[in-house]
Ligand binder design. Structure first.
Ligand code: NAD
Ligand code: UFG
Length: 337
């Protein structure tokens, strides 16, 4: 029997790739998104890639009445909750907006799930909950301690989920702590489409490669890493999407946190080299001061997800950059015409 899954934020970068993964496994998908940071073209892309239809609802999940209607109108049996604001710098400037959007959307959803006795919940958390880690690779039991309002919202939502699961054992919740999602769908029809100048490394590098931006600034060449530039655990967005499918299909009573990463790190200079290889373009860059709030190394220990969820990320850095470049070169302005 097919299962109906609500994907909040499903027009966004990770949500759209996860919608494809679920449709390919014959789930019925309802997407709720207010398009605050996404395009309706992403919904078209999901349908083109899968030759299936999704139910799309343009909804602001901060509005409780709208969330009630969503659950009243659709036979939702599980929820994957991506909707949220995610820019660290912006969260420092506009904390209230971040707390309201990220917390209120989640509480509205959990309330309505409870009313309709829907207890399976998969949440987009982030490696940002670990703050500046004491040791790498990071295991799920490591000390948490985010360092910005965005990270605090993720940490608070994790706590809300843990408390909710402790209070009522019908809840089955997986908190997925993503490391650095990059890449795009291999079709070239779906990918990351940030508003304005990208904050993140790979979209920035791609816009340099496609001549939308002149030059990359490498934030610091004196980190305590092999080549002096920051090291991150980049994970292909399609591997991440499969991680959500695994989290949904192997969900257990209670509330569990899982690192979704590869366990392998890459430096900024290694990402630049892989992007040059994938695109055949030179990526001009200068090494500048460190960016406030950055850390030297972030690296997942994904063993728990490998063991409990039977999931493993297997696409390498070259594939991540090749797929990112296909999307960027075929759609230089993203979803915009
Ligand atoms: P995204 O911005 O592309 O997608 C988020 C979607 O949520 C957007 O389509 C946006 O329009 C929607 N949205 C925001 N507020 C909403 C609201 N009130 N009501 C309805 N829809 C709303 O971001 P993404 O990269 O796909 O990230 C998805 C989730 O994963 C986010 O919660 C993010 O914090 C988390 N995450 C992302 C990363 C990353 O590097 N991309 C890393 C760790 C965690
Ligand atoms: N970097 C540059 N130049 C740029 C952008 C980034 O040198 O223009 C460097 C950063 O200093 C860092 C690496 O590239 O060493 C990766 O930076 P990103 O901004 O792509 O990713 P972050 O690891 O800083 O941030 C990501 C998510 C955040 C999340 C954080 C912690 O974007 O949402 O991981 O998990 F909070």
């Amino acid at each position: 029997m097919t299962k109906t899954v609500l994907i909040t934020g499903g027009a966004g970068y990770i949500g759209s790739h996860t919608a494809v993964a679920l449709l390919e496994k014959n789930y019925d998908v309802v997407i709720a998104d207010n398009l605050a940071n996404s395009s309706p073209k992403a919904i078209e892309a999901i349908e083109t890639i899968t030759s299936k239809t999704v139910t799309f609802c343009k909804v602001d999940l901060c509005e409780q009445q709208a969330v009630r209607e969503l659950f009243a109108q659709h036979p939702i049996e599980a929820v994957i909750h991506f909707a949220g604001l995610k820019a660290v710098g912006e969260s420092v400037e506009k904390p209230l907006w971040y707390y309201r959007n990220n917390l209120v959307t989640t509480m509205n959803l959990l309330d309505e799930m409870q009313t309709h006795e829907v207890y399976d919940f998969v949440f987009s958390s982030s490696a940002t909950v670990y703050g500046d880690p004491e040791t790498v690779p990071i295991v799920e039991t490591a000390k948490t301690g985010p360092t910005n309002p965005y990270g605090h919202t993720k940490h608070m939502i994790e706590q809300i989920c843990q408390d909710q699961a402790a209070a009522d054992d019908r809840w089955r919740i997986n908190l997925l702590r993503y490391f650095n999602p990059v890449g795009a769908h291999a079709s070239g029809k779906m990918g990351e489409d940030p508003n304005g100048i990208p904050n993140n490394l790979v979209p920035y590098v791609m816009q340099v490669a496609v001549d939308r931006l002149d030059k990359l600034k490498v934030f610091g060449g004196d980190w305590d890493t092999p080549d002096g530039t920051g090291v991150r655990d980049y994970i292909h967005v399609c591997d991440l999407a499969q991680g959500h499918l695994a989290a949904l299909e192997n969900i257990q009573a209670g509330c569990q946190a899982y690192n979704l990463g590869t366990g392998t790190g890459a430096s900024v200079l290694e990402v630049i080299a892989a992007a040059e290889q994938a695109s055949g373009k030179q990526i001009p860059y200068t090494i500048t001061d460190r960016r406030a709030g950055d850390i030297a190394t972030s690296l997942a220990d994904p063993t728990k997800a490998n063991d409990d969820l039977g999931w493993r990320a297997d696409r390498n850095l070259a594939t991540m950059l090749t797929d990112a470049w296909r999307w960027q070169s075929e759609n230089p302005l993203g979803y915009e015409e």
